[in-house]
Design a protein around this ligand. Structure first.
Ligand code: ANZ
Ligand code: ZN
Length: 987
């Protein structure tokens, strides 16, 4: 028999497949659309990491074909954009030529893998026939007001010499070249992606995947990717509040505050924590905030403010918002903000930790409950006022009644823990000071539950504080009454504590939750008394120094908050929002982190934006019939320093007639970003040659949504967001019938170099698939990449692993010689030839089927390896068994499968077969204990596989020592066999 020779059989089958068009049967009833994230054809060609995802979709495509689906599995090129252009510049070739060249290489390389692509559907985003429709979509957005010009400062990469979208940054650096971006004010085109923010969020899970017609289905996306999208969209529910602005006149002559000339002036802030409003001790605006310019004349230290603003402009957003970075700011002297809830006059600062474009660009600062505000307040010695107490619900549960409390106290006393009681008092005292604020305390005291919470929480604090001299002195001069009405002078105890500091600490540590509660209860009973006796003054309030570095940022219960004290945070937020709305000075507000998509690039290699600027008519869309606006062929395409794209230099191209008025107009010279073409390519594959529509309605309905989309996790927040945005827009204008484009999304884990590093020229660890294929064959590399580990995991390449796969395939090939009666076909269901092997076989069918469906290719392959080992042990195997093995293997290693299939005498391609189904009877897994009786008496039992036949059981039973003894040459008169239960020998 011939030897396995992939070098011969792989090209042979690739040619046959290509010529027969076997993958292009689109007439079957059920469809499956498998989509890969298409590559940008870089100059370096593919390394072995790139095809991993492509192999996976190919395995699934072939599997689905065998399952009777029409499978759409296309491939194309993401050819526009920076990577291609930068490559061209570096290598001094025109990007168009470079792309053409690179595509050739890529296509050749992909061809070696034997993928099921329908190359008739190949698309190229840089092809005018394609980008005509990219431009068309832009025009539609422009018509609907979703594409607009803006002059806002944007992120500019000085190295790529172009503006970038927020999504193009990685930790504040240009994602392409790693250069620090700067803020640059320039004219740009922006797409109103924020208009879709809520839908982009909602449709991710709830009633997410919805075909317009069909019922609701969930998006089958990995949670991690969904989470990344959710975070990127960054929905925040909160409120806006208007703070009235008051001005302190510059002249000292008047002490009164003056209102701005046009009545009241307001500062609007956005907060997610309205419940903390009583803890607001200052307000902040970002350096971009218009109020600074507006109040220019009123700000006493404007010069200083201006200097600060200029400095802030050079910082990246990351530098500005990084929690670790030092917070800076300048007070706007002469300007105050009034907290509408308590009419407190608060200082107003400009600080760059507040961002201009988020929310309202201004915040109410609550240093006790926000870490950035806290850092800032510490630095500028601003008051820190606690208004939220943690919820100590668990304490409440531990003890319910005063009885229990008293018992505990008694027990505590038995152990001589009077300290605790006093500690409790001290804590109470301290807490009383802290919480004493206006008449809030009354509310607290009235509300027992609240009280416990606050008291319990503050006990620890009390203990600590008490040891500080200042407090000790105060306590020493005070007389307290315990809950039995006894007066206690705690002075001496305090001194004791000081003396026995160590013991005290030990005691402290012994406090458990319920004991802490005891103390808080006592605190509760005594507090009124304490306060009355001591007539505690406001000035005694001790600020929460203990909070240093440990800001309580969670929800809890309000304290120090006027009539809102005692309410849980969420409830308080609701009530406060209502109040704002009633007063018409604010209300509920939802904010998104995501921003509109900065859509223009000052580069050559992209789709021209189909807009004409006319002095009279403004911006005018190029009429549809004039699309595409072709990218002019130019000699010089390098980016310029000016912030204008290279197209601006081509006068002949720029100067046009205004389509509206016929007057002189100029073409838009910015181009679209790399992500434009890929935002809708999934639709073009469906109908790639249609010159009337971007996709024909019937075809779109037939194929959408994409059933399986596989690609890199790095696209989680950029491409996948853009594509969903465009798809939703196309849904809205009736171009597509589904709200979401991609039903199932799986991310591919990276293949690293053999050294565990990212595969890159820089590390010299790049492995070229062409070499691997010429040495071991495409089927071996296909199998290996699916076998290396769980699909979504990053994993290092190992050439040894490919060798292993090659050996496995050789084994499979050799097994053919074990076929018994190769010419007689056996029916898999009726004629079971070898029970044990068939069991393994059918289990393997089940496993491989389920594993492919769940992207567990590695375990599918191990199951097949086990099967092959079992087959090797047999002297003979049936042709049916062998065929089943080949079928199971075919999606993974299509060439060898097809070859062997042919060798078995089949006339049609294996991919026109039906995927095997397992026989449930055969995979009843359990080994069962089968009882052996002699004359009805149990004498022994044996372990056998379920379903085993009488003949086999008989042989087995008669071979058992015990049974041999009983039978001992006697004549067996009768055998009674109950399958899977017993065998009875009558002698
Ligand atoms: C008061 C407050 C108190 C806040 C507190 C938080 C905690 P997310 O959840 O990310 O939406 N904020 C608002 N606009 C801002 C801006 N332009 N730049 C920087 N920070 C800004 O964050 C919303 C919170 O971030 C808002 O709620 C506001 O601070 C701050 F205990 O208001 B908060
Ligand atoms: Zn005009």
């Amino acid at each position: 028999m011939s030897k396995y020779n992939p070098a011969k059989i792989e090209p042979k089958w690739q040619k046959i497949w290509r010529e027969s068009g076997i993958y292009k049967d689109y007439s079957r009833k059920n469809k499956f659309y498998a989509l890969d994230m298409f590559p940008y054809p870089s100059g370096a060609g593919l390394h072995v990491g790139h095809p991993k995802g492509y192999i996976a979709t190919d395995v699934v495509s072939r599997f689905k074909m065998l399952k009777g689906y029409s499978v759409l599995h296309p491939m194309g090129w993401d050819a526009f954009g920076l990577p291609a252009e930068n490559y061209a510049i570096q290598n001094k070739i025109h990007p168009e030529a470079a792309v053409k060249e690179n595509i050739k290489t890529f296509k050749k390389q992909l061809g070696l893998f034997g993928f099921t692509y329908d190359w008739d559907r190949e698309i190229n985003t840089a092809d005018p026939e394609y980008y005509k429709w990219t431009q068309w979509i832009f025009l539609k957005m422009f018509e609907k007001g979703l594409a607009y010009e803006s002059d806002e400062p944007i992120n500019w990469c000085p190295s790529c010499k172009t503006g970038l979208a927020l999504e193009d940054l990685e930790n504040g650096l240009c994602e392409r070249c790693g250069t620090q971006v700067v803020q640059k004010k320039m004219r740009q085109w922006v797409l109103k992606m924020t208009e879709y923010a809520d839908r982009l969020l909602e449709d991710l899970d709830k009633p997410s995947f919805a075909k317009a017609s069909a019922g609701e289905e969930e998006l089958d996306w990995e949670k991690s990717i969904m989470d990344q999208q959710k975070n990127w969209i960054g929905r925040s529910e909160g409120a806006t509040i208007k703070f009235e602005i008051k001005l302190v006149p510059k002249t000292k002559s008047s002490e009164r505050f003056l209102r701005l000339s046009l009545g009241k002036d307001w500062l609007e802030v956005f907060t997610t924590r309205l419940d903390t409003i009583f803890g607001c001790t200052y307000c902040v605006v970002g350096p971009e905030h218009p109020i600074i310019e507006k109040l220019k004349d009123k700000i006493k230290n404007y010069e200083e403010v201006e200097k600060y603003i200029i400095k802030a402009q050079n910082k990246t957003e990351l530098e500005r918002t990084d929690l670790q970075k030092d917070k800076t700011g300048v007070e706007l002297q002469g300007v105050k903000a009034i907290n509408p809830f308590n009419n407190e006059e608060l200082p107003l600062y400009v600080a760059d930790y507040v961002l201009g474009h988020y929310g309202t660009g201004a915040v109410m600062a609550v240093p006790a409950h926000d870490e950035r505000d806290f850092e800032f307040a510490k630095k500028y010695k601003l008051p820190i006022k606690q208004v939220i107490a943690p919820d100590l619900d668990s304490y409440k549960k531990t003890i319910k009644t005063l009885e229990a409390l008293k018992k505990l106290r008694q027990e505590a006393r038995k152990e001589g823990i009077e300290f605790w009681l006093l500690g409790g008092l001290a804590g109470a005292f301290h807490a009383g000071i802290i919480y004493r604020e206006h008449d809030d305390l009354d509310i607290i005291v009235k509300d027992e539950e609240q009280y416990q919470k606050i008291g319990g929480f503050l006990l620890g604090l009390g203990y600590k504080k008490i040891r500080e001299k200042k407090v000790s002195e105060k306590l020493t001069n005070t007389i307290y009454r315990n809950d039995e009405g006894m007066e206690i002078d705690i002075g001496p105890y305090i001194n004791q504590w000081d003396l026995k500091d160590k013991d005290f600490e030990t005691d402290l540590k012994r406090l458990n939750e319920s004991e802490a509660l005891v103390l808080s209860k006592i605190f509760q009973i005594h507090l009124k008394e304490i306060l009355r006796k001591n007539r505690i003054e406001e000035k005694d309030r001790i600020d929460l120094e203990y909070l240093k570095g440990k800001v309580f940022i969670e929800d809890g219960f309000l304290v120090n908050s006027g009539k809102y004290s005692g309410h849980p945070s969420a409830e308080a937020r609701e009530k406060m929002t209502e109040w704002l709305e009633k007063k018409k000075i604010g209300g509920k507000k939802v904010n998104y982190k995501m921003r509109d998509w900065v859509f223009s690039r000052q580069r050559y290699w992209g789709e021209p934006i189909p807009i004409i600027h006319c002095e009279k008519c403004g911006t005018v869309g190029v009429p549809e019939k004039n699309l595409p606006v072709e990218l002019p062929k130019v000699e010089k395409y390098e980016p310029t320093e000016t912030g204008e794209g290279p197209l601006a230099g081509i006068k002949k191209w720029v100067d046009v007639k205004c389509p509206k008025c016929g007057g002189p107009g100029k073409r838009e010279t910015n181009t679209m970003p790399q992500w434009a073409g890929s935002s809708w390519y999934h639709l073009r594959y469906i109908d790639p040659k249609n010159d009337k529509e971007l996709v024909g309605k019937e075809k779109e309905k037939k194929w959408m949504p994409v059933d399986l989309y596989v690609g890199g996790a790095e696209h989680a927040t950029r491409h996948l967001l853009y594509a969903r945005f465009w798809h939703k827009f196309l849904y809205d204008i009736g171009s597509v019938s589904t709200k979401e484009p991609f039903e199932k999304l799986v991310h591919v884990g990276l293949i690293q170099g053999e050294d565990g590093r990212k595969m890159s020229k820089r590390w010299g660890n790049v492995i070229n698939p062409d070499d691997v294929i010429s040495e071991f064959g495409a089927d071996s590399i296909r199998l290996y990449e699916m076998f290396m580990g769980p699909f979504t995991q990053n994993i290092a390449w190992s050439t040894k692993g490919v060798v292993g796969m090659r050996r496995f395939l050789e084994k499979v090939y050799r097994l053919k010689s074990k076929i018994q009666n190769p010419n007689i076909k056996t029916n898999p269901k009726s004629k079971i030839q070898n029970y044990k092997l068939d069991t393994v076989l059918h289990k393997t069918i089940k496993k491989v089927t389920e594993d492919i469906e769940n992207f567990r290719f590695n375990t599918a392959i191990s199951a097949m390896m086990i099967l092959v080992n079992e087959m090797e042990k047999e002297e003979k195997i049936s042709s049916t068994s062998y065929e089943l093995l080949i079928l199971l293997l075919s999606p993974f290693a299509p060439h060898i499968a097809e070859e062997l299939w042919e060798k078995l005498g089949n006339k049609k391609s294996i991919f026109l077969e039906k995927w095997p189904e397992y026989d449930p009877k055969l995979i009843r897994d359990e080994q069962i204990s089968l009882v052996i009786q002699i004359n009805g008496k149990v004498r022994d039992q044996v372990e056998v596989a379920a379903g085993v036949k009488e003949e086999e059981v008989k042989k087995l039973a008669l071979a058992q020592d015990k049974i041999v003894k009983y039978i001992d040459g006697k004549n067996i008169r009768k055998i009674i066999f109950v399958p899977d239960r017993l065998i009875n020998f009558v002698i």
